[in-house]
Design a protein around this ligand. Sequence first.
Ligand SMILES: Cc1cc2nc3c(=O)[nH]c(=O)nc-3n(C[C@H](O)[C@H](O)[C@H](O)COP(=O)(O)O)c2cc1C
Length: 69
Amino acid sequence: MAVKRIVFSPTGGTDNVAKLIANNINKDHSTIDLCDSTLDLKKIRIDKNDTVIIAMPSYGGRAPSIAIN
Ligand SMILES: Cc1cc2nc3c(=O)[nH]c(=O)nc-3n(C[C@H](O)[C@H](O)[C@H](O)COP(=O)(O)O)c2cc1C
């Protein structure tokens, strides 16, 4: 079981909180940064046994969403 942190955090506040939570579960977690424009979303793999922390702030009353294939 892997711990994965998926974050959208343009100014870093949400990322800091998500990091604290993920480190508390497992310091060896991996990070998927949705602000990274070079990130290939199709290469993201999530296993049914993984623990995934998804963190994003609210902008204009909305939160960005992610598509998982
Ligand atoms: C353009 C803009 C719109 C925002 N809209 C909201 C909002 O609707 N509700 C809210 O609670 N915070 C809103 N915020 C505050 C952000 O959620 C807050 O700054 C957050 O900490 C940014 O997260 P980040 O540091 O992970 O990028 C807004 C901030 C900006 C710059």
